[in-house]
Write a protein that binds this ligand. Structure first.
Ligand code: CDP
Ligand code: MG
Length: 144
């Protein structure tokens, strides 16, 4: 039933990052996605190793901030999930807000809950290609 999305419906990979889980914000963040009308297809609390971190953030490996990003993303449990809905990729990016919490508009998750550009609470796929790649990493059974 969950193997192929309905026509016009997208799936996106979301992480509630270790800072958000540690701060007890998981519920508040998931509520925003649900209130928007997105459907949770898969969800799990997971602690990841550096190998998975590097696969997920492959395009960032080698950047000056990558060592800190890797330390952060393996620093504690995170919640990984797949959301499904109308234009879900853009919808979730919009709900999350800009990368830098200071620049993220109030009303967005990053705009409301933080001021950091690195410990910034959430991740979401930025395109259909990255969605497919990332869902394949975290929830391979959902990718045809
Ligand atoms: O997560 P988003 O797609 O908004 O941003 P990105 O540019 O793809 O960067 C991925 C993640 O790397 C960010 O969400 C931050 O956690 C981290 N990052 C950082 O720590 N320092 C930077 N200068 C840029 C990104
Ligand atoms: Mg990104």
């Amino acid at each position: 039933m969950t193997d192929v999305p309905a026509p016009g419906i997208e799936r996106t990979l979301v992480l509630v990052k270790p800072d958000a889980v540690a701060r007890g914000l998981t519920g508040a963040i998931l509520a925003r996605y649900e209130q928007k009308g997105l459907r949770v297809l898969a969800l799990e609390l997971r602690s990841i190793d550096r190998g998975l971190a590097a696969r997920h953030y492959a395009e960032h490996v080698g950047r000056p901030y990558y060592p800190g990003l890797e330390d952060f993303i393996v620093s504690g449990p995170l919640v990984c999930l797949v959301l499904e809905g109308e234009r879900a990729i853009a919808a979730v990016r919009s709900l999350n807000g800009a990368t830098d919490g200071v620049e993220a508009v109030p009303g967005s998750i990053r705009g409301d809950f933080g001021t950091s550009k690195s410990l910034n609470l959430v991740h979401a796929s930025d395109s259909p290609e990255s969605s497919r790649r990332e869902i394949g990493i975290w929830f391979p059974h959902l990718v045809a």
